[in-house]
Design a protein around this ligand. Structure first.
Ligand code: DGL
Length: 271
């Protein structure tokens, strides 16, 4: 009996690993940490290659493969693709190459959102995500009559990473995209890039806050339920380690908007 308990605890104590191009994935990370405070966590912000939304599938595949190899070395039990862009462009190519649970944000969240009573939905996302049509495809898989309007907002990622959300020029850029979207009269708008929920206070100056869906909460609940179903839950330490591929100071500073890091993240090359 004791032996069996030890094996289970060893398996579940392995960390849950997150990655994104920068601080954006912290919107998901902070939600999962609230739900599962005693899990062990790794977080990799590939700041050297940010913005992911302007990269090709081939480039993203090579960055993500190295990050996943690193997580395997670190003995992760699951990987959270806290990045819409990689979920839309490379999840299908990478999912069977690793003996790990991999959670892609778009596919996981769309399975929840498509069940809501919404007829017209807007999606703000990166160029790469919009061009892939991933949200539209995934939402219409189980709800073919849902109308999906997608608009790319590539400049929003830098606004967040460089902490410029309150600057007048940024507010003008944000409002322009919102006005464009409102012409379609959506009932809800998905913030389909993990960086965008940082802008919710600016967006809700112009439309009610309830208009905007931050996929992070739906995603965190989905991950928790699935880990539970697969008997992968419950660690008892609660450590966290952060890594970046450039500019640890900037990361720590921008992260403050959503999550406070005690220490600077460690610099790990992803060349
Ligand atoms: N935050 C990521 C996403 O959800 C990528 C943003 C970027 O680096 O362009 O798509």
């Amino acid at each position: 009996m004791l032996k069996e308990l030890k094996i289970i605890s060893k398996k579940t104590n392995r960390p849950i690993a997150f990655f994104d191009s920068g601080v954006g994935g912290l919107t998901v990370y902070s939600k999962l940490k609230q739900l599962l405070p005693y899990e062990n966590y790794l977080y990799f912000g590939d700041t050297k290659h940010m913005p992911y939304g302007e990269k090709t599938g081939e480039e993203l595949l090579s960055y993500a493969s190295r990050i996943l190899d690193f997580f395997v070395e670190k003995n992760a039990k699951a990987v959270v693709m806290a990045c819409n862009t990689t979920s839309s462009l490379i999840y299908d190519q990478i999912k069977d190459k690793y003996d790990l649970k991999i959670y892609p944000i778009i596919q996981s969240v769309a399975s929840v959102l498509s069940k809501l009573p919404i007829k017209k939905i807007g999606v703000f996302a990166t160029h790469a995500t919009v061009n892939s049509g991933a949200y539209k495809i995934e939402l219409q898989k189980s709800n073919p009559s849902m109308e999906v309007f997608q608009i790319a907002c590539p400049e929003w990622v830098r606004i967040v990473e460089e902490n410029k959300a309150n600057q007048p020029q940024s507010i003008i850029q944000i409002k322009e995209k919102l006005d464009e979207m409102m012409q379609y009269k959506p009932e809800k708008i998905v913030l389909g890039c993990t960086h965008y929920p940082y802008l919710i206070n600016i967006l809700s100056k112009f439309e009610p806050k309830e208009m905007f869906i931050d996929p992070a909460l739906h995603f965190a609940e989905y991950i928790k339920n699935d880990l539970q179903k697969n008997d992968l839950l419950q660690a008892d330490e609660g450590f966290e380690e952060f890594y970046v591929s450039s500019s640890p100071e900037n990361f720590k500073e921008s992260a403050k908007m959503f999550y406070y890091l005690d220490n600077l993240p460690k610099l790990i090359l992803n060349d």
